[in-house]
Design a protein around this ligand. Structure first.
Ligand SMILES: Cc1cc2nc3c(=O)[nH]c(=O)nc-3n(C[C@H](O)[C@H](O)[C@H](O)COP(=O)(O)OP(=O)(O)OC[C@H]3O[C@@H](n4cnc5c(N)ncnc54)[C@H](O)[C@@H]3O)c2cc1C
Length: 357
């Protein structure tokens, strides 16, 4: 296909090199390629039973054929990734052999989900504001542009990048933000800024205008949870809304997703463009009460967890996230199927508690 050249290297062996066309194809299909690379079968095939080698070869060949067809869209790729992840789970003995959605057996409440961790080269990029506006009264959306975004990669809805703002000395001030959306063809990145009283990130967003520059770093990596769950419950405050919206929009057709988000006002509610089967709950409280878990906790108590295997994702002020995590643990939801993060800490600038110690 012109993507590699193969030449003798002088020692009787052949050396393969990627061509410019091959590099361009890889860049254009980076997400699919990374998903495949992470699932490359382990070396040491000589020790594997021949049936397994034959089955792996069949899988590789099927993937090669399927991925080279131009008709495969994002949902097709998601569906293939989901199937492979489910088989991996079955091999590990995590779930019953039948599809989890159809299974009538009780879900096993002791095994951790399969999480694939992708690491990326840490890069800084200088972006230019292409548009900036209030999406809702307390959320500013900035669309940033740069040719340097042509190879930007973020595989997880709750990935974060670092934003750099001028500091007092030489060291910049850094803040974490979610890539709400990105388009490598158009070289665009969308960020949503929750508006609160103070801080360099909020100050930048409220004053940003078209043509301004913003320096970013990362993401350094993505943690992708195998999409084998029957349902997802996504809970958070306005700072988690970009990740919740992205996750809801990335879930496949008909997957059950429940969202619960605290925002200041009804006008701050958002709609998600998703094929998933969503139920969306909103609670309202002023930004000044964003570190009080009461309203989210009360609403969480009213949520009936669906049958089957579910994943609960929580992000908010650290104390709020902790209270919500404890609430679902008390209700018997397995810890390993819950991810809770403190996206900010009341009274402490530039602080998060990502794994809620
Ligand atoms: C993984 C990750 C992803 C994130 N993604 C986003 C995102 O996409 N959008 C987004 O808006 N935020 C996001 N956040 C949260 C954001 O990084 C923090 O809110 C950050 O502190 C804001 O920086 P700042 O310069 O405005 O305020 P800082 O200078 O950091 O803080 C100044 C003061 O404001 C308080 N404070 C910080 N945030 C809030 C808030 N939301 N409400 C009330 N008081 C606050 C602090 O406790 C401190 O007292 C994310 C955080 C993490 C860890």
């Amino acid at each position: 296909m012109g993507y590699i050249t193969v030449e003798p290297d002088g020692s009787g062996r052949k050396r393969s090199s990627i061509t410019a066309e091959g590099q361009a194809f890889l860049t254009a299909n980076q997400r699919a390629a990374q998903d495949l690379m992470i699932r490359t079968p382990p070396s040491g095939r000589e020790n594997a039973p021949s049936q397994i080698i034959a089955a792996m070869d069949k899988l590789k060949s099927a993937l090669k054929t399927r991925l080279s067809t131009s008709t495969l869209d994002a949902s097709g790729i998601d569906s293939i990734a989901r199937d492979i992840a489910m088989v991996a789970d079955q091999i590990l003995g995590d779930i019953p052999a039948s599809s989890p959605a159809q299974s009538s057996s009780p879900a096993p409440f002791d095994s951790a989900p399969v999480i694939t961790r992708h690491k990326f080269e840490t890069r800084r990029r200088a972006l230019t504001v292409q548009s900036v506006d209030y999406l809702t009264p307390h959320m500013i959306r900035a669309v940033l542009h740069s040719p340097e975004l042509s190879d930007f990669t973020s595989l997880g809805a709750d990935d974060h990048i670092k934003l750099f703002f001028p500091g007092d000395g030489e060291k910049p001030q850094m803040r974490d933000y979610t890539p709400r959306a990105y388009d490598t063809d158009a070289c665009k990145l969308t960020l949503d800024f929750a508006v609160h009283e103070a801080g360099p990130a909020t100050a930048w967003a409220t004053q940003a205008k078209v043509g301004d520059t913003l320096n970013i770093g990362g993401p350094r990596g993505s943690s992708v949870i195998a999409p084998v769950f029957d349902w997802y419950l996504l809970i958070g405050d306005e700072t988690a809304l970009p990740a919740i919206g992205r996750k809801a929009e990335e879930l496949g057709q008909g997957v059950q997703v429940i969202t619960l988000v605290a925002v200041p006002d009804a006008a701050d509610e958002q709609t998600f463009d998703t094929k998933a089967a969503g139920t969306h709950h909103w609670v309202h409280r002023p930004v000044t009460q964003a570190a009080d878990p009461a309203s989210l906790l009360a609403a969480a108590q009213g949520i009936t967890l669906p049958e089957g295997k579910g994943f609960i994702w929580i992000a908010a002020e650290a104390g709020v996230a902790r209270a919500l995590r404890d609430h679902f643990e008390e209700r018997g939801h397995p810890k390993v199927w819950t991810k809770a993060s403190g996206y900010w800490v009341k009274g402490s600038a530039a602080t998060s508690d990502k794994s809620l110690s």
